[in-house]
Design a protein around this ligand. Structure first.
Ligand SMILES: *[C@@H]1O[C@H](CO)[C@@H](O)[C@H](O)[C@H]1NC(C)=O
Length: 331
């Protein structure tokens, strides 16, 4: 039977109704800003980032702070490059709380460092990067050399209903930090002793592991700072399987390094950062110097087709290699 006008009208009506069913559609909030000129600061000033690269639904105050308009879970990353033989010690803040630090210095050269955090924000909360107080910073920037950046994006707005327990589960989110100096040897997991975001208790600060609360595709960032004149070699593991590495060493100073992976996890899968077997990672940490971090977020849950919900229809898009990763809309 060929499609009739009625069929076509019905289809249009279904599509229109789906699109108007906005309970699970969120307006994007995302930004990237960069620094195109040198910056010298010594007194804890905010980094202003003079170039707007992307700004979608993002608001900033007169001091350059991102101001949350949509309560929800956000991911932030930031990077900096020192001027030659200079230092940087920058702090990403959530209103008055330190959430991640970066340090950079290479003798007679330029040093790059970066970090990430995943945090829950309420309306009016601010996220910004400032220089550490009473410390001389020199950052390098040119119009065609933008090393110093900040990026933020809304992952899930609070009003998005993603918590149909038995259907596709809640959102797992975490951000873990090492707050003291640590040596990690013999392939052991690095223990992150503080978590600033720990939804569904995915993050275990006793074992240093993150456990997937639900099957889906996850994003992970890990960063570390080597103790002066020492190195670290960390390896990201998914259960017992090696994924990727990070290595840092700078002669006569502290070295920063990090890495990022997207992984498909089953519920209960474990993700951790181990020291390379046979090596000792010496890491710098303090309660007000949060360089060594591990954060992750569920990007999209895996949705299983369910029966017995005759009036519900799942419209799915975005396919992983072997699984369908979906955002859901109900008719
Ligand atoms: C963390 O892991 C340890 C060891 O497996 C376990 O005993 C403890 O209950 C876990 N903590 C949480 C909060 O799940």
């Amino acid at each position: 039977m060929s499609a009739t006008w009625i069929d076509i009208l019905l289809l249009v009506a279904i599509v229109a109704q789906t699109q108007s069913s906005v309970g699970s559609i969120q307006a994007p909030t995302a930004f990237t800003k960069g620094q195109t000129i040198d910056v010298h600061v010594s007194n804890g000033e905010n980094i202003l980032y003079n170039k707007r690269i992307t700004e979608i639904g993002a608001s900033f105050d007169s001091e350059g702070s991102f101001v949350c308009q949509t309560p929800g879970l956000y991911a932030f990353t930031f990077y900096g490059l020192t001027a030659e033989d200079s230092r940087l010690w920058l702090e990403m803040m959530k209103t008055d709380e330190l959430i991640a630090s970066i340090f950079g210095h290479t003798k007679n050269d330029y040093a790059d460092s970066g970090n990430a955090a995943i945090v829950h924000l309420n309306t009016g909360d601010k996220v910004y990067v400032k220089a550490h107080n009473n410390y001389n910073h020199a950052l390098f920037g040119r119009a065609d050399q933008i090393y110093t950046t900040i990026t933020g994006e809304l992952l899930f707005a609070d009003n998005i209903e993603l918590d149909v327990e038995n259907f596709y589960g809640p959102v797992g989110l975490l951000s873990a930090i090492l707050t003291k100096h640590a040596s990690v040897s013999d392939g052991l997991a690095l223990i992150y002793d503080k978590s600033i975001t720990n939804i569904r208790s995915a993050c275990n600060t006793t074992t240093g592991t993150i456990t997937a609360p639900v099957e889906g595709t996850y994003l992970f960032h890990f960063h570390a700072l080597a103790y002066e004149n020492t190195d670290f070699w960390l390896e990201l593991f998914h259960n017992e399987n090696y994924v990727i590495s990070s290595y840092g060493y700078t002669e006569g100073s502290y070295a920063d390094a990090g890495n990022t992976a997207v992984l498909h996890l089953k519920k209960g899968d474990i993700v951790k950062t181990n020291s390379r077997p046979g090596r000792t990672a010496r890491l710098y940490g303090a309660s007000n110097e949060l360089y060594t971090t591990f954060c992750g977020a569920l990007l999209s849950p895996t949705v299983k087709k369910i029966s017995g919900h005759g009036t519900q229809e799942v419209i799915a898009f975005s396919a992983g290699p072997t699984q369908h990763e979906t955002f859901l809309r109900f008719i």
